[in-house]
Design a protein around this ligand. Structure first.
Ligand code: CA2
Length: 146
């Protein structure tokens, strides 16, 4: 039975590939989820990919991952910079947490430089485009087999 990885994308990431390609690239979220699912299969991992624009929904999905999912890859979108609720939910989750940002948040406006989620994350990837999700999955696979 392959170990499960939950991929969570936060607000506005459903618009990926449709607006602001100069920052977020040209791939849609479905393209990204398909690429991550392909790699998960190669690494003998299961994948559940979810996106929501709602903070409480993301909190509920983190709760659901408890005891079921070995790792969470999360791009909390703008909630990275505001949400203590998402941080609290992740602090109550026992598995691995990898935080991904498509853009380099440290090269952008100062309000994007701090992420609440980073204080819980086992790894943070920023500025590697959508490839960051694949890097996060590879890191999870290596931590789970270590
Ligand atoms: O770089 C990232 O992945 C972010 O998490 C993306 C968030 C932003 O608020 C964070 O500071 C950094 C925004 C996601 C918005 O995604 C869009 C994609 C295409 C078009 C419009 C928005």
């Amino acid at each position: 039975m392959p170990k499960l990885v939950t991929l969570l994308n936060g607000p506005n990431l459903n618009l990926l590939g449709l607006r602001q390609p100069e920052i977020y690239g040209r791939e849609t979220l479905d393209d990204v989820a398909a690429k991550v699912a392909d790699l998960a299969e190669e690494l003998d991992l299961g994948l559940k990919a979810l996106q929501s624009n709602h903070e409480g929904q993301l909190v509920d999905w983190i709760h659901e991952a408890r005891g079921r999912s070995a790792a969470i890859i999360i791009n909390p979108g703008a909630y990275s910079h505001t949400s203590i609720a998402i941080l609290d939910a992740l602090n109550a989750y026992e598995g691995l947490v990898l935080e991904v940002h498509i853009s380099n948040i440290h090269k952008r406006e100062p309000f994007r430089h701090h992420s609440y989620v980073s204080s819980r994350a086992d790894g943070v990837i920023a500025g590697c485009g959508t490839e960051g999700y694949l890097l996060a999955l590879r890191r999870i696979a290596s931590l789970l087999t270590a």
